[in-house]
Design a protein around this ligand. Structure first.
Ligand code: SAM
Ligand code: SF4
Length: 333
């Protein structure tokens, strides 16, 4: 398959989201991770093989995620190896920032990471604690500074739960404007089985941007094809804020992302219940074309569009039916 190969809905494979671990040092209330990894984590060489073959098939971007990817022991060596082989155009990572001290920021930059997204769900320690982030507020603020100090481009992810941190949209917009970083406001999603998601827990992107525009007028920049974020420019020139509206404005139509868990199971949708085990094809004795064939077949048969189906079902006031999906920290977000 090349980048011109398409799935059943004519969508190209362009982004690989690779989870390095399912473990986490936090327990966000919307995510609720395991505190141990699955058996048979992929080795360094297996991950490299996966990225190499995915790149041959058209993946231009690699996002490292988890669980908490900074817990992965060989993280820096892996980033270095991906860069040394020039496998992707854009290599980024999503982290909760707890372990992002200055040496780690320098290590990531030197290894060749292009960008980092740091998650922060409130502009004060009490909200972060309530969201399951423990006492990490000050550390995460410092982490943003460490990334900036080594010139690693930073964005901030904030998951907004209406009943829990819905009052933090404007304070977080202010904090991110002051720090000179882009805030990405994420609608709370029904991923996994443990977070007790209910539709009324969702604060819509439209409500969030209206709240912000009340303080600082916004100009829409739209959503790039294949991107999750709809972006808005502050008209006073202080930067950009974006929304990820998987619930209220699904973007399945141009979804170009393949997710692979830390133990080598591929998911063609964040909301998919069934994954495909890539480990046999990732065995060191199997040549690259075997994996290429498996990924090509998987992508070719892909027809997932769960968020759109959920939106249509909610208009008919009936819940979409699906078997239990895996947890977010396993599939990687
Ligand atoms: N531990 C890292 C972190 O929190 O940034 C990376 C893994 S986390 C699963 C990736 C992203 O998914 C984070 O930005 C997190 O806030 C987001 N996320 C997790 N559960 C979510 C949910 N139910 N709805 C929306 N976003 C969610
Ligand atoms: Fe950990 Fe990230 Fe899940 Fe929070 S969202 S519990 S930081 S994996």
């Amino acid at each position: 398959m090349t980048s011109s190969s398409l799935d059943q809905l004519d969508r190209p494979l362009e982004v690989l989201r690779l989870s390095l671990t399912a473990r986490c040092n936090l327990a966000c209330r919307y995510c609720r991770p395991e505190n141990q990894d699955p058996h048979h984590l992929l080795t360094h060489q297996q991950r490299l093989k996966l990225v190499r073959v995915a790149a041959q098939l058209g993946c231009r971007r690699l996002r490292l995620t988890g669980g908490e990817p900074l817990l992965a022991a060989d993280l820096l060596a892996f980033i270095q190896a991906v860069k040394a082989q020039d496998l992707v155009e854009d290599l980024c990572l999503t982290s909760n920032g707890v372990l992002l001290d200055r040496p780690m920021a320098e290590g990531l930059k030197q290894a060749g990471l292009d960008r980092i997204t740091i998650s922060l769900d409130g502009a004060n320690p009490q909200t972060v604690l309530r969201m399951g982030g423990g006492n990490s507020f000050e550390r995460v603020l410092a982490a943003i500074g460490h990334a900036q100090a080594v010139h690693l481009p930073v964005k901030i992810n904030m998951v907004v739960m209406a009943h829990c941190n819905g009052d933090q949209v404007v304070p977080m917009a202010r904090l991110c404007r002051d720090q000179g970083v882009e805030l990405r406001l994420i609608e709370y999603m029904d991923v996994g089985n443990r977070n007790g998601w209910q539709p009324h827990h969702v604060l819509t992107a439209a409500t969030m941007t209206a709240q912000i525009a009340h303080h600082w007028p916004l100009q829409p920049m739209g959503r790039q094809l294949g991107s999750t974020a709809r972006r808005w420019r502050y008209t006073d020139g202080t930067g950009v804020v974006s929304t990820i509206a998987s619930i209220s404005e699904p973007f399945c139509g141009d979804c170009n992302r393949l997710r692979v868990t830390a133990d080598g199971v591929a998911y063609t949708c964040l909301f998919a219940s069934q994954g495909t085990d890539l480990k046999p094809a990732l065995h060191p004795q199997q040549p690259d074309p075997i994996l290429a064939q498996q990924l090509t077949a998987l992508w070719h048969q892909r027809h997932d569009r769960y968020s759109e189906e959920r939106a249509m079902a909610s208009q008919q006031t009936k819940a979409p039916v699906r078997p239990p999906p895996p947890e977010m920290a396993y599939i990687g977000g």
